[in-house]
Design a protein around this ligand. Structure first.
Ligand SMILES: [Fe+2]
Length: 403
Protein backbone atom coordinates (compact mmCIF):
# COMPACT_ATOMS: atom_id res chain seq x y z
CA UNK A 1 0.00 0.00 0.00
CA UNK A 2 1.34 3.45 -0.88
CA UNK A 3 0.33 6.62 0.92
CA UNK A 4 1.12 10.09 -0.35
CA UNK A 5 2.82 12.71 1.77
CA UNK A 6 2.27 16.41 2.19
CA UNK A 7 5.32 18.63 2.35
CA UNK A 8 5.82 21.65 4.57
CA UNK A 9 8.64 24.04 5.25
CA UNK A 10 9.15 27.56 6.58
CA UNK A 11 11.53 30.39 5.94
CA UNK A 12 13.49 32.90 7.91
CA UNK A 13 10.78 35.55 7.68
CA UNK A 14 8.55 33.37 9.90
CA UNK A 15 11.04 33.54 12.77
CA UNK A 16 10.17 36.11 15.43
CA UNK A 17 13.65 37.23 16.41
CA UNK A 18 17.29 36.43 17.08
CA UNK A 19 19.05 34.07 17.06
CA UNK A 20 16.49 32.10 14.99
CA UNK A 21 16.25 34.97 12.52
CA UNK A 22 19.99 35.74 12.49
CA UNK A 23 23.00 33.59 13.42
CA UNK A 24 20.82 30.62 14.42
CA UNK A 25 19.00 30.40 11.11
CA UNK A 26 19.58 27.46 8.83
CA UNK A 27 17.28 26.36 6.04
CA UNK A 28 15.30 23.42 7.48
CA UNK A 29 14.72 21.61 4.18
CA UNK A 30 11.35 19.87 3.92
CA UNK A 31 9.13 18.11 6.42
CA UNK A 32 6.91 15.38 4.98
CA UNK A 33 3.76 14.07 6.64
CA UNK A 34 1.79 11.04 5.51
CA UNK A 35 -1.42 9.70 7.06
CA UNK A 36 -1.64 5.91 6.96
CA UNK A 37 -5.36 5.29 6.94
CA UNK A 38 -7.38 2.09 6.97
CA UNK A 39 -4.81 0.14 8.97
CA UNK A 40 -6.09 -2.80 10.97
CA UNK A 41 -5.72 -1.85 14.62
CA UNK A 42 -3.00 -3.15 16.90
CA UNK A 43 -0.91 -5.20 14.50
CA UNK A 44 2.67 -4.86 13.38
CA UNK A 45 3.17 -2.85 10.19
CA UNK A 46 6.26 -2.37 8.06
CA UNK A 47 7.03 0.81 6.13
CA UNK A 48 9.67 2.67 4.22
CA UNK A 49 9.88 6.20 2.94
CA UNK A 50 10.36 6.98 -0.73
CA UNK A 51 11.26 10.01 -2.76
CA UNK A 52 10.44 10.11 -6.48
CA UNK A 53 13.00 11.90 -8.61
CA UNK A 54 12.01 13.92 -11.64
CA UNK A 55 13.05 11.04 -13.91
CA UNK A 56 10.59 8.74 -12.13
CA UNK A 57 13.01 6.60 -10.14
CA UNK A 58 12.29 6.26 -6.43
CA UNK A 59 14.91 6.41 -3.71
CA UNK A 60 13.84 4.26 -0.75
CA UNK A 61 14.78 4.48 2.91
CA UNK A 62 15.50 1.45 5.03
CA UNK A 63 12.55 -0.56 6.31
CA UNK A 64 10.97 0.43 9.63
CA UNK A 65 8.21 -1.17 11.66
CA UNK A 66 5.55 -0.03 14.08
CA UNK A 67 2.40 -1.35 15.67
CA UNK A 68 -0.78 0.37 14.58
CA UNK A 69 -2.74 1.91 17.45
CA UNK A 70 -5.39 -0.18 19.16
CA UNK A 71 -8.94 0.91 18.47
CA UNK A 72 -10.21 3.38 21.11
CA UNK A 73 -11.52 1.20 23.91
CA UNK A 74 -9.70 -1.93 22.75
CA UNK A 75 -8.53 -4.15 25.57
CA UNK A 76 -4.86 -5.04 25.12
CA UNK A 77 -1.61 -4.51 26.98
CA UNK A 78 -0.87 -0.77 26.62
CA UNK A 79 2.34 0.88 27.84
CA UNK A 80 2.86 4.62 27.89
CA UNK A 81 6.04 6.66 28.52
CA UNK A 82 5.75 10.23 29.84
CA UNK A 83 8.43 12.88 30.45
CA UNK A 84 9.30 16.50 29.79
CA UNK A 85 12.35 18.67 29.27
CA UNK A 86 14.71 16.13 27.75
CA UNK A 87 16.79 18.01 25.18
CA UNK A 88 19.74 16.38 23.51
CA UNK A 89 23.33 15.31 24.08
CA UNK A 90 26.36 14.63 21.95
CA UNK A 91 27.20 11.02 21.15
CA UNK A 92 30.85 11.88 20.63
CA UNK A 93 31.17 13.16 24.18
CA UNK A 94 31.58 16.79 23.22
CA UNK A 95 29.51 19.15 25.31
CA UNK A 96 27.01 21.60 24.04
CA UNK A 97 27.08 25.09 25.48
CA UNK A 98 26.94 24.90 29.30
CA UNK A 99 26.11 21.17 29.22
CA UNK A 100 22.47 22.03 29.72
CA UNK A 101 20.93 18.59 29.15
CA UNK A 102 23.47 16.17 30.63
CA UNK A 103 21.18 13.15 30.87
CA UNK A 104 19.17 13.45 27.65
CA UNK A 105 21.12 10.59 26.08
CA UNK A 106 20.64 8.37 29.13
CA UNK A 107 16.87 8.81 29.02
CA UNK A 108 16.79 8.23 25.27
CA UNK A 109 18.91 5.09 25.57
CA UNK A 110 16.82 3.62 28.40
CA UNK A 111 13.69 4.07 26.34
CA UNK A 112 15.30 2.58 23.24
CA UNK A 113 16.50 -0.44 25.23
CA UNK A 114 12.92 -1.04 26.46
CA UNK A 115 11.24 -0.18 23.16
CA UNK A 116 9.80 -3.68 22.70
CA UNK A 117 7.77 -2.99 25.85
CA UNK A 118 6.59 0.51 24.98
CA UNK A 119 3.60 1.49 22.84
CA UNK A 120 3.49 5.30 22.87
CA UNK A 121 5.71 8.12 24.14
CA UNK A 122 4.75 11.62 25.32
CA UNK A 123 7.39 14.35 25.55
CA UNK A 124 5.45 17.17 27.16
CA UNK A 125 7.37 20.25 26.14
CA UNK A 126 10.90 21.61 26.13
CA UNK A 127 11.87 19.24 23.37
CA UNK A 128 15.24 20.26 21.96
CA UNK A 129 16.34 23.41 23.76
CA UNK A 130 17.47 24.55 20.33
CA UNK A 131 16.46 28.04 21.45
CA UNK A 132 16.69 29.48 17.97
CA UNK A 133 19.75 27.52 16.77
CA UNK A 134 17.84 25.59 14.19
CA UNK A 135 20.41 22.92 13.31
CA UNK A 136 19.96 21.60 16.85
CA UNK A 137 16.53 20.29 15.82
CA UNK A 138 18.31 17.86 13.49
CA UNK A 139 20.49 16.72 16.34
CA UNK A 140 17.40 16.12 18.48
CA UNK A 141 15.37 14.35 15.79
CA UNK A 142 18.35 12.10 15.02
CA UNK A 143 18.63 11.24 18.72
CA UNK A 144 14.96 10.23 19.09
CA UNK A 145 14.65 8.66 15.62
CA UNK A 146 14.83 5.04 16.88
CA UNK A 147 11.88 5.85 19.18
CA UNK A 148 9.88 8.13 16.89
CA UNK A 149 10.12 5.77 13.91
CA UNK A 150 8.75 2.86 15.97
CA UNK A 151 6.08 4.24 18.31
CA UNK A 152 4.02 7.44 18.30
CA UNK A 153 6.27 10.24 19.61
CA UNK A 154 3.68 12.72 20.85
CA UNK A 155 4.90 16.16 21.85
CA UNK A 156 3.63 19.08 23.86
CA UNK A 157 4.66 22.71 23.60
CA UNK A 158 6.85 24.35 26.22
CA UNK A 159 8.38 27.74 26.83
CA UNK A 160 11.50 26.75 24.87
CA UNK A 161 9.33 26.01 21.84
CA UNK A 162 6.98 28.95 21.96
CA UNK A 163 7.71 31.95 24.14
CA UNK A 164 8.61 35.24 22.53
CA UNK A 165 7.53 38.79 23.43
CA UNK A 166 4.62 40.24 21.45
CA UNK A 167 4.09 37.01 19.52
CA UNK A 168 0.89 35.82 21.19
CA UNK A 169 2.54 33.54 23.75
CA UNK A 170 1.02 33.75 27.23
CA UNK A 171 4.45 34.61 28.65
CA UNK A 172 6.49 37.54 27.39
CA UNK A 173 9.78 35.70 27.68
CA UNK A 174 12.47 35.03 25.04
CA UNK A 175 12.86 31.33 25.85
CA UNK A 176 12.28 30.09 22.28
CA UNK A 177 15.21 32.08 20.92
CA UNK A 178 12.95 33.57 18.27
CA UNK A 179 11.41 30.29 17.07
CA UNK A 180 8.02 31.36 18.49
CA UNK A 181 6.63 27.84 17.98
CA UNK A 182 7.22 27.52 14.24
CA UNK A 183 9.77 24.73 14.58
CA UNK A 184 7.73 22.60 17.00
CA UNK A 185 4.53 23.15 15.03
CA UNK A 186 6.16 21.99 11.80
CA UNK A 187 8.72 19.34 12.76
CA UNK A 188 6.32 17.14 14.75
CA UNK A 189 2.72 16.36 13.88
CA UNK A 190 0.11 16.57 16.60
CA UNK A 191 -3.64 16.18 16.05
CA UNK A 192 -4.45 19.75 17.07
CA UNK A 193 -7.21 21.55 15.22
CA UNK A 194 -4.79 24.44 14.80
CA UNK A 195 -1.17 23.46 15.29
CA UNK A 196 -0.27 27.02 16.28
CA UNK A 197 -2.50 26.40 19.32
CA UNK A 198 -0.78 23.36 20.65
CA UNK A 199 -3.58 21.67 22.60
CA UNK A 200 -5.05 18.39 21.47
CA UNK A 201 -6.76 15.20 22.48
CA UNK A 202 -5.62 11.78 21.44
CA UNK A 203 -6.77 8.25 22.20
CA UNK A 204 -4.71 5.12 22.56
CA UNK A 205 -6.79 2.03 23.31
CA UNK A 206 -8.05 2.35 26.88
CA UNK A 207 -6.38 5.75 27.38
CA UNK A 208 -7.66 9.24 26.62
CA UNK A 209 -4.99 11.95 26.71
CA UNK A 210 -5.86 15.65 26.98
CA UNK A 211 -2.71 17.61 26.20
CA UNK A 212 -2.78 21.27 27.18
CA UNK A 213 -0.58 24.12 25.96
CA UNK A 214 0.65 26.19 28.89
CA UNK A 215 2.17 28.80 26.59
CA UNK A 216 -1.36 29.93 25.76
CA UNK A 217 -4.02 31.01 28.25
CA UNK A 218 -5.87 28.11 29.89
CA UNK A 219 -8.03 30.03 32.36
CA UNK A 220 -11.81 29.83 32.50
CA UNK A 221 -13.37 31.60 29.52
CA UNK A 222 -10.36 31.03 27.27
CA UNK A 223 -10.51 29.06 24.06
CA UNK A 224 -8.22 26.46 25.57
CA UNK A 225 -10.36 26.02 28.69
CA UNK A 226 -13.29 25.10 26.46
CA UNK A 227 -11.12 22.57 24.68
CA UNK A 228 -9.94 21.02 27.97
CA UNK A 229 -13.48 20.63 29.25
CA UNK A 230 -14.58 19.16 25.92
CA UNK A 231 -11.68 16.70 25.88
CA UNK A 232 -12.39 15.51 29.42
CA UNK A 233 -16.16 15.39 28.94
CA UNK A 234 -16.25 13.45 25.68
CA UNK A 235 -14.50 10.29 26.81
CA UNK A 236 -16.62 7.21 27.49
CA UNK A 237 -14.95 5.83 30.62
CA UNK A 238 -16.55 2.45 30.17
CA UNK A 239 -14.49 2.08 26.98
CA UNK A 240 -11.55 4.30 27.94
CA UNK A 241 -11.21 4.23 31.72
CA UNK A 242 -7.74 5.82 31.95
CA UNK A 243 -8.05 9.59 31.64
CA UNK A 244 -4.76 11.49 31.55
CA UNK A 245 -4.14 15.24 31.53
CA UNK A 246 -0.71 16.64 30.63
CA UNK A 247 0.82 20.08 30.23
CA UNK A 248 4.28 21.60 30.23
CA UNK A 249 4.22 23.98 33.19
CA UNK A 250 2.95 22.77 36.54
CA UNK A 251 -0.72 23.71 36.51
CA UNK A 252 -1.39 21.33 39.40
CA UNK A 253 0.99 20.82 42.33
CA UNK A 254 4.75 21.17 42.75
CA UNK A 255 7.00 21.77 45.75
CA UNK A 256 9.80 22.92 43.48
CA UNK A 257 12.01 25.57 45.13
CA UNK A 258 10.58 28.64 43.38
CA UNK A 259 6.96 27.50 43.53
CA UNK A 260 7.55 27.00 47.25
CA UNK A 261 9.08 30.48 47.57
CA UNK A 262 5.92 31.93 46.08
CA UNK A 263 3.88 29.87 48.51
CA UNK A 264 1.51 28.80 45.74
CA UNK A 265 3.11 25.42 44.92
CA UNK A 266 1.97 25.75 41.32
CA UNK A 267 2.47 27.85 38.21
CA UNK A 268 0.71 31.19 38.93
CA UNK A 269 -3.01 30.82 38.08
CA UNK A 270 -2.33 27.14 37.34
CA UNK A 271 -5.04 25.12 39.02
CA UNK A 272 -7.54 27.79 40.05
CA UNK A 273 -9.71 27.29 36.98
CA UNK A 274 -8.81 23.74 36.11
CA UNK A 275 -9.14 21.84 39.36
CA UNK A 276 -12.91 21.75 39.15
CA UNK A 277 -12.62 20.17 35.69
CA UNK A 278 -10.13 17.51 36.82
CA UNK A 279 -12.42 16.74 39.74
CA UNK A 280 -15.71 16.78 37.84
CA UNK A 281 -14.39 14.54 35.07
CA UNK A 282 -12.34 12.36 37.44
CA UNK A 283 -8.97 12.66 35.78
CA UNK A 284 -6.74 9.83 36.96
CA UNK A 285 -3.30 11.39 36.59
CA UNK A 286 -2.08 14.85 35.55
CA UNK A 287 1.52 15.19 34.31
CA UNK A 288 3.79 18.21 34.05
CA UNK A 289 7.33 19.07 33.05
CA UNK A 290 9.14 22.43 33.22
CA UNK A 291 10.39 21.65 36.71
CA UNK A 292 13.36 19.32 36.30
CA UNK A 293 12.87 16.51 38.79
CA UNK A 294 10.23 13.98 39.88
CA UNK A 295 7.41 14.52 42.35
CA UNK A 296 4.16 12.64 42.93
CA UNK A 297 1.15 13.84 44.88
CA UNK A 298 -1.55 11.91 46.66
CA UNK A 299 -4.95 11.95 44.93
CA UNK A 300 -5.64 15.58 45.77
CA UNK A 301 -8.42 18.15 45.53
CA UNK A 302 -8.15 21.75 46.77
CA UNK A 303 -4.73 20.95 48.27
CA UNK A 304 -6.19 18.17 50.42
CA UNK A 305 -5.31 14.51 50.11
CA UNK A 306 -8.56 12.64 49.59
CA UNK A 307 -7.11 9.32 50.77
CA UNK A 308 -4.22 8.26 52.97
CA UNK A 309 -3.40 5.38 50.62
CA UNK A 310 -0.05 5.75 48.84
CA UNK A 311 0.65 2.68 46.77
CA UNK A 312 -2.59 1.00 45.79
CA UNK A 313 -5.68 2.94 44.82
CA UNK A 314 -9.07 1.35 44.34
CA UNK A 315 -12.71 2.35 44.36
CA UNK A 316 -14.12 5.77 43.45
CA UNK A 317 -11.86 8.38 41.79
CA UNK A 318 -11.83 10.85 44.70
CA UNK A 319 -9.08 13.12 43.39
CA UNK A 320 -6.41 13.44 40.72
CA UNK A 321 -2.79 12.34 41.21
CA UNK A 322 -0.40 15.09 40.05
CA UNK A 323 3.04 14.13 38.80
CA UNK A 324 5.99 16.34 37.88
CA UNK A 325 8.20 14.43 35.47
CA UNK A 326 10.42 17.13 34.01
CA UNK A 327 13.72 15.43 34.82
CA UNK A 328 14.37 13.71 31.49
CA UNK A 329 17.63 15.52 30.77
CA UNK A 330 17.80 19.23 31.45
CA UNK A 331 19.74 20.38 34.54
CA UNK A 332 17.97 19.42 37.77
CA UNK A 333 15.70 21.74 39.79
CA UNK A 334 15.81 21.96 43.58
CA UNK A 335 12.90 21.21 45.88
CA UNK A 336 11.63 23.66 48.45
CA UNK A 337 12.51 22.89 52.06
CA UNK A 338 8.82 22.65 52.83
CA UNK A 339 7.28 19.38 51.71
CA UNK A 340 3.50 19.83 51.73
CA UNK A 341 1.19 17.04 52.88
CA UNK A 342 0.08 16.24 49.37
CA UNK A 343 3.66 15.58 48.22
CA UNK A 344 4.28 11.91 48.85
CA UNK A 345 7.38 11.16 46.76
CA UNK A 346 10.19 13.45 45.57
CA UNK A 347 13.35 12.52 43.68
CA UNK A 348 16.10 14.96 42.75
CA UNK A 349 17.38 12.95 39.78
CA UNK A 350 16.82 12.29 36.08
CA UNK A 351 13.99 9.97 35.14
CA UNK A 352 10.71 9.28 33.36
CA UNK A 353 7.37 7.57 33.95
CA UNK A 354 5.94 4.40 32.49
CA UNK A 355 2.26 3.52 32.78
CA UNK A 356 1.02 0.03 31.98
CA UNK A 357 -2.68 -0.62 31.47
CA UNK A 358 -3.21 -4.36 31.73
CA UNK A 359 -6.92 -4.09 31.03
CA UNK A 360 -9.93 -1.87 31.80
CA UNK A 361 -9.57 -2.30 35.56
CA UNK A 362 -5.86 -2.44 36.33
CA UNK A 363 -3.10 0.14 35.84
CA UNK A 364 0.54 0.14 36.98
CA UNK A 365 2.50 3.40 37.36
CA UNK A 366 6.30 3.33 37.55
CA UNK A 367 8.92 6.06 37.89
CA UNK A 368 12.31 5.00 36.51
CA UNK A 369 15.67 6.68 36.78
CA UNK A 370 17.46 7.45 33.53
CA UNK A 371 20.72 6.15 34.98
CA UNK A 372 19.73 2.52 35.35
CA UNK A 373 16.14 2.18 34.07
CA UNK A 374 15.08 0.72 37.43
CA UNK A 375 11.85 1.55 39.26
CA UNK A 376 12.15 3.94 42.23
CA UNK A 377 8.50 4.80 42.81
CA UNK A 378 5.32 3.01 41.81
CA UNK A 379 1.64 2.54 42.53
CA UNK A 380 -1.30 0.65 41.11
CA UNK A 381 -4.91 1.56 40.42
CA UNK A 382 -7.62 -1.09 40.35
CA UNK A 383 -11.22 -0.24 39.92
CA UNK A 384 -14.42 -1.14 38.15
CA UNK A 385 -16.46 1.00 35.78
CA UNK A 386 -19.03 1.53 38.53
CA UNK A 387 -16.27 3.22 40.59
CA UNK A 388 -15.92 5.86 37.88
CA UNK A 389 -19.67 6.49 38.02
CA UNK A 390 -19.62 6.95 41.79
CA UNK A 391 -20.25 10.45 43.11
CA UNK A 392 -17.32 12.11 44.83
CA UNK A 393 -16.76 15.64 46.14
CA UNK A 394 -17.87 18.20 43.48
CA UNK A 395 -18.24 15.57 40.77
CA UNK A 396 -21.89 14.59 40.97
CA UNK A 397 -24.15 14.97 37.98
CA UNK A 398 -27.47 16.65 38.67
CA UNK A 399 -30.26 14.26 39.64
CA UNK A 400 -34.01 14.64 39.79
CA UNK A 401 -36.58 13.49 42.30
CA UNK A 402 -39.06 12.85 39.49
CA UNK A 403 -39.85 9.23 38.73
FE1 LIG B 1 10.03 24.66 30.46
Amino acid sequence: MRSGAGTLTFDRSMMCGAPAKTVGWRDPGFIHTSFLKDLWPNIEQFYKLGHRLSNGTIIWSKKYKFRSSPYPGQDSLQRVIMFGDMGKGERDGSNEYSNYQPSALKTTDQIISDLENIDIVFHIGDLTYANGYISQWDQFTAQVEPIASTVPYMVGSGNHERDWPDSGSFYDKMDSGGECGVLAETMFYVPAENRAKFWYKTDYGMFRFCIADTEHDWREGSEQYKFIENCLATVDRQKQPWLIFAAHRVLGYSSNYYHGQEGSFEEPMGRESLQKLWQKYKVDIAFYGHVHHYERSCPVYQSQCVTSEQSHYSGAVKGTIHVVVGGAGSHLSDFSQVQPNWSIFRDHDFGYVKMTAFNHTSLLFEYKKSNDGKVYDSFTISREYTDVLACVHDSCEATTAAS
